[in-house]
Ligand binder design. Sequence first.
Ligand SMILES: C[S@@+](CC[C@H](N)C(=O)[O-])C[C@H]1O[C@@H](n2cnc3c(N)ncnc32)[C@H](O)[C@@H]1O
Length: 266
Amino acid sequence: MTTEQNAEQLKQKVREYWNANPCGTQFAHTDWGTKEFFDEVERFRYSSQPFMKELVGFDRFAGKRLLEIGCGLGTDLFQFARGGASVTGTDLTPRSIELAKARFDMAGVPAQMLVADAENLPFENDSFDVVYSFGVLHHTPNTEKAIREAYRVLRPGGTIILMLYHKHSLHVYLGAPLYWLAGKIRKGSLSALENYIRIYDGDENPLGKAYSRSEARRMMRNFSNVRVTLCDPIRRKYSRPLNTVNQLLFARWLGFWMVLKGKKPA
Ligand SMILES: C[S@@+](CC[C@H](N)C(=O)[O-])C[C@H]1O[C@@H](n2cnc3c(N)ncnc32)[C@H](O)[C@@H]1O
């Protein structure tokens, strides 16, 4: 089998996994697709990621054409729309798009929504003022190709905001050896690190990758003014003191989430 065929096979597994487990549903106890469900997903997201409003700036793009790649349930996309952006949401999985559409329809908020692969975006060059993708491109086999696509569809002078997992983080340094000792890192075609990262999004998640700052900057080399911010969500499985110490002392140096912001040169 060729490398491309392997990658397509892996992407099919990625699609099946996220279609069966749309991102965010794991934290909700209400029936999928109801108003209560979307409210619960939103409450959970921004209470465990309280930095999002400031870091991402949902209300800074009024009047701009904004594309979200891998929008999942559309929770962030909805905030951008509320902030006045004209939004397009894409995801690899029909289930996420169906749910995200239901969310917007329920609120009477307009959005263009479609199933699309980050590695082959169905848009003309220079179509958007902003491209946003949070926690997505490390799940696709060819992350570099997806970043090239984001660059292609962004207009010159446009803004990109990406979140990728960060390799040199407490999550990796402390967790990976523990998981390895406990025998939880299964053998397979992925490296031990990728196997550990994969599990962060569920035992059956087929693919997860993490990058150093310099690796991420290399993939973003065509963009200018690239700035990197590290952060961590508040994790419910850890005690409040542990979360507080992490947020105050470690997250900004050794966080597992790496947010990259840049511009396409004008
Ligand atoms: C961890 S979830 C993040 C969803 C959303 N951005 C959020 O923060 O809630 C990963 C998402 O990436 C999507 N995804 C994975 N590979 C993709 C690809 N090649 N193209 C588009 N979406 C993809 C999955 O379907 C899933 O919805």
